[in-house]
Design a protein around this ligand. Structure first.
Ligand code: NAP
Ligand code: ZN
Ligand code: ZN
Length: 361
């Protein structure tokens, strides 16, 4: 461990003060590292579509000012006396959760994301002491070591590793749970941050991947990520040719859409898993389900041990997110572009830019 101070430390960040407001410089206080805490200087933070949903309060219940960001990679600067697994200088990651009850049946079996007493989300939440949590669009974060991940990607890969902490685990977990492997025929709906990780991960697991996208201009690149075929969803004949072909579909679409069109792609007993989280209900027709005993399911990020497994899987294979690295000063324009699906395929903020971002007004 290193010398610990007992005072909260002021930390620069960018926050939205109200739903839909521009993000501006904001000063937060991080707690002094407690016995089991790791203090982390944040180097990179990805911009997930969930940040956009929450910054615009599309899911309801948002807490402002909000410091978003849950795809965090950084360097350990300080550790509490009880910390066993980390030391200053280590490269680490933090994803969507920073705590959970640790005693319920879900927590005890590695499903902290389904904590029956509610896991503590990295931002836009209250921690177990009642304090508001602030995420990765900031210079530093303090997290209990039980929720800190080890990142072993090479230094030049760290910007691309940050999105693994949400986009990576959110796609890895359902692919594993539904036993995708060699010979599986997998469909991925939507080519954004989650979609481009799903293609790479399913391909690495041995699946034959078909991408479904609205965007003909993304088609060429899907092959490079590992897709065997691309279907532009506006092409009715191409969609019809895919009926009853797939074992599994991972739906990453962020907006309301016709889920029945994707159910019809499944063979008998196939499963469609929603990971996208539109803020409106998705009407489901009976026939695409009953004709073929198909299943519709959902999945939420992944547990901590599984997140480490995913990071190690990716590091061993050199898998990263394809990123566009930006300065924090450009975060508002990046969020606008993300809303238009105009990013290939993940914005990542280089947090060194905070040093020149100016003081809070
Ligand atoms: P993203 O980068 O914006 O990608 C979403 C993709 O969905 C877009 O690139 C676009 O793909 C497609 N899309 C967008 N609007 C559409 C529309 N109106 N109709 C059809 N397709 C549309 O977002 P992301 O960061 O990957 O996140 C995707 C969703 O997953 C979000 O709702 C997010 O909140 C959710 N999420 C869930 C979890 C979880 O644990 N379940 C975790 C993280 C994120 P094309 O241009 O290729 O059509
Ligand atoms: Zn996310
Ligand atoms: Zn629990």
């Amino acid at each position: 461990m290193s010398a610990a101070t007992n005072d909260p430390f002021p930390t620069p960040s960018f926050a939205a003060r109200a739903a839909g407001a521009r993000l501006e410089p904001y000063r937060i206080e991080r707690r002094p590292p407690g016995r089991n805490d790791v203090a982390i200087r944040i180097r990179y933070c990805g911009i997930c579509h969930s940040d956009l949903h929450q910054l615009r309060d599309e899911w309801g219940g948002a807490i402002f000012p909000m410091v978003a960001g849950h795809e965090i990679v950084g360097t350990v600067t300080e550790t509490g006396a009880g910390v066993q697994r980390f030391q200053p200088g280590d490269t680490v990651g933090v994803g969507c959760m920073v705590d959970s009850c640790r005693t319920c049946a879900s927590c005890r079996t590695g499903f902290e994301q389904f904590c029956e007493n509610g896991s503590t989300l990295t931002y836009n939440a209250r921690d177990r002491q009642g304090n508001i949590t602030y995420g990765g669009y900031s210079g530093a974060i303090v997290v209990d070591e039980a929720f800190v991940l080890r990142v072993t990607h090479a230094n030049e890969q760290l910007a691309g590793a940050a999105p693994l902490l949400c986009a990576g685990i959110t796609t890895y977990s359902p692919l594993r749970h539904w036993n995708v492997g060699k010979g599986s025929k997998v469909g991925v709906a939507g080519l954004g941050g989650l979609g481009h990780m799903a293609i790479q991960l399913a391909h690495a697991m041995g699946a034959e991947v078909t991408l479904f996208t609205r965007s003909a201009d993304k088609a060429a690149e899907a092959g490079r990520l590992g897709a065997a075929a691309v279907v532009v969803t506006g092409d009715a004949a191409a969609m019809a040719a895919q009926q009853r072909r797939l074992d599994f579909v991972l739906d990453t679409i962020s907006a309301p859409h016709d889920v029945n069109a994707y159910l019809s792609l499944l063979r008998r007993d196939g499963t469609l898993v929603l990971v996208g989280a539109p803020n409106q209900p998705l009407p489901v027709a009976a026939f695409p389900l009953i004709l073929g005993r198909r299943a519709l399911a959902g999945s939420l990020i992944g547990g901590i041990a599984e997140t480490q497994e995913m990071l190690d899987f990716c590091a061993a294979r050199g898998i990263t997110s394809q990123v566009e690295t930006i300065r924090i000063q450009d975060v508002n324009e990046a969020l606008e572009r993300l809303a238009r699906s105009d990013v290939k395929y993940r914005f990542v903020i280089d947090m060194r830019s905070l040093e020149t971002a100016g003081e809070p007004a």
